[in-house]
Ligand binder design. Structure first.
Ligand code: NOJ
Length: 550
């Protein structure tokens, strides 16, 4: 299979805990996920991204790892994970897991050992310590709702330790070569088992330096290059996906010279898709893509509408942030840290047209799309749960007992199900959506299928077109001979648009969802009228010698 598989992938993000409980304990588990692989295959996605499933006190939903080379017993055992890999691979589905290396849980034996060991010992040096809690004062606080400082006092060690996230997540010390070696071993462990890629969590913060903001530092990039060297030397066809919530110009170095990460999330694009939709104006998207530098050839953006965290507003201006809060999070309970803790459907007020348009953008903008579990059926959220847990509730499979998520006691579920209308599991669930041709689920299957038929979406060059009407977002995706024209009406009203397609005079636009032939491109700008929130994907078909294309 192609080594550039990640460019053609459609990724589905899942928390094992949230997907399907096979043993009635109220927590999803690996055997439960295996049961649902047929569903995942039928959705058309060909890659899973699994949130952390390692032993952990679960105070940051598993991003607080207490043991790197094992499975949290609630989710199963290593043998279950091996079976998952086999069963997924047999269906052509790859698996990306999490490499969380910026920090561990304070329960990790490395930290327990470090705090008991003498100052200046090799064990202590696994983490970042100081007697002075004002050091690295230029580093911002990320979890602004819970943390006041990036230092926490450890009475056992008699020193402060550094943490960029929760105070129970001490940062590893990447100035210590033994840490880098230990991390390589973790990486080897999972790649040897057969995982196809790893998402590198929170990598801008690996290394600290006085007088800087401690983000994106050259020494951090040096560590990543070293990990990539190990990957390339020892494994084939595996990838790194960078989680660097930064401006495009700061993310680009994470691709290096094709010697760091293969993929990186495009964080600034995501909120601008919501802004463009609500403002009914393409400018936010046009501007951010204009500011996005080109990538090395074998690199790729990862794009998304929602994920397991808050819809982050770190990569927007203050004015834009106010706008987003006003439009999408009027209730203060919908906000957390610097972002909005809601799912896709509630953000869009359950507007089917809007949900479809946003997914159409997701499938066609430059990058590999990631679908967050449950968003394919239009699941809702629960803003009364703490932290970001409101977007992590059990998957809704059926209108029956525990939404088909678990046969256990209702009260045993790790979080309550979504029950209130219009998102309650009685109405929004896989089984119900299988029964209607017009359901969101069936629609999602169709567009994923079309997306996968054309390499231009995953691999093609992107060219923005700027017809006069700013409510319409128009662009080309081109790969080899394939030319695809995407036209999106961001407005809630019908819109006309005239597109200059002179380069393709005599070609025929073939609409790809219905395979519908449109009038051949002539001398005039190509005129289209678009219904509210409508989008078109056209393959431009060259005139055939026998006239078939016209
Ligand atoms: C990023 C993860 O996406 C988030 O869920 C987590 O809380 C932080 N990293 C800290 O690990």
């Amino acid at each position: 299979m192609s080594s550039l598989w990640y460019k053609d992938a459609v990724i589905y993000q899942i928390h094992i805990k949230s997907y399907r409980d096979s043993n009635r304990d109220g927590y999803g588990d690996i055997p439960g996920l295996i049961e649902k692989l047929d569903y995942i295959e039928s959705l058309g996605v060909n890659c899973l991204w699994l949130l952390p499933f390692y032993p952990s006190p679960l105070r940051d939903d598993g991003y607080d790892i207490a043991e790197y080379e094992a499975i949290h017993p609630q989710y199963g055992a290593l043998a279950d994970f091996q079976r998952l890999l086999e069963e997924a691979h047999a269906r052509g589905i790859r698996i990306i897991t999490e490499l969380v290396i910026n920090h561990t849980s304070d329960q990790h034996p490395w930290f327990q050992r470090a705090r008991l060991a003498p100052k200046d010992s090799a064990e202590r040096a696994f983490y970042v310590w100081s007697d002075d809690p004002t050091r690295y004062g230029g580093a911002r606080i990320i979890f602004t709702d819970t943390e006041k400082s990036n230092w926490a006092w450890d009475p056992v060690a008699g020193q402060f330790y550094w943490h960029r996230f929760f105070s129970h997540q001490p940062d590893l010390n990447f100035d210590n070569p033994a840490v880098v070696e230990a991390v390589k071993d973790v990486m080897r462990f999972w790649f040897r088992m057969g995982v196809d890629g790893m998402r590198l969590d929170a990598i801008p913060y690996l290394v600290e330096r006085d007088g800087t903001n401690c983000e994106n530092l050259p020494a951090t990039h040096a560590v990543l290059k070293e990990l990539r060297r190990t990957l390339d030397e020892e494994f084939d066809g595996r990838i790194f996906l960078a989680e660097a919530n930064q401006w495009p110009s700061d993310v680009i170095p994470y691709f290096g010279d094709s010697d760091e990460c293969h993929m990186a999330f495009h964080f600034p694009l995501m909120p601008r898709m919501y802004m463009a939709l609500r403002q009914e104006d393409r400018s936010p998207i046009v501007e951010i893509l204009a500011q996005t530098p080109p990538l090395p050839n074998d690199c790729q953006w990862a794009i998304f509408l929602r994920n397991h965290d808050e819809l982050t507003l770190e990569m927007v201006t203050d004015l834009e942030r106010d706008y987003m809060y006003r439009e999408y999070a009027r209730d203060p309970r919908m906000r957390i840290n610097i972002g909005i803790r809601r799912r896709l459907a509630p953000l869009l007020d359950n507007g089917r047209r809007q949900i479809e348009l946003m997914n159409a953008l997701l499938m066609t903008m430059p990058g590999t799309p990631i679908i967050y579990y449950g968003d394919e059926i239009g699941m809702g959220d629960n803003i009364y749960l703490g932290d970001r847990n409101g977007v992590r509730t059990p998957m809704q499979w059926t209108p029956g007992w525990n939404a088909g998520f678990s046969e256990g006691d209702q009260q045993a579920l790790y979080y309550p199900l979504i029950v209130d209308p219009p998102y309650g599991y009685q109405a929004i669930n896989v089984a119900s959506e299988e029964r209607t041709q017009t359901s969101l689920l069936r629609w999602m299957r169709r567009i994923i299928k079309v997306r996968k038929q054309y390499h231009a979406f995953g691999r093609g060059r992107f060219e923005m077109l700027l017809p006069e009407n700013r409510r319409v977002l128009t662009y080309l995706r081109r790969h080899d001979d394939q030319v695809i024209l995407c036209v999106n009406n961001l407005s809630r009203f019908v819109q006309p648009v005239e597109i200059n397609l002179q380069r393709w005079k005599g070609w025929m636009p073939l609409e790809l969802i219905g395979n519908v032939r449109f009038p051949v491109i002539g001398d005039q700008p190509y005129f289209l009228s678009l219904g509210p929130h409508t989008f078109y994907w056209f393959l431009l078909v060259a005139p055939q010698p026998d006239g078939a294309g016209s």
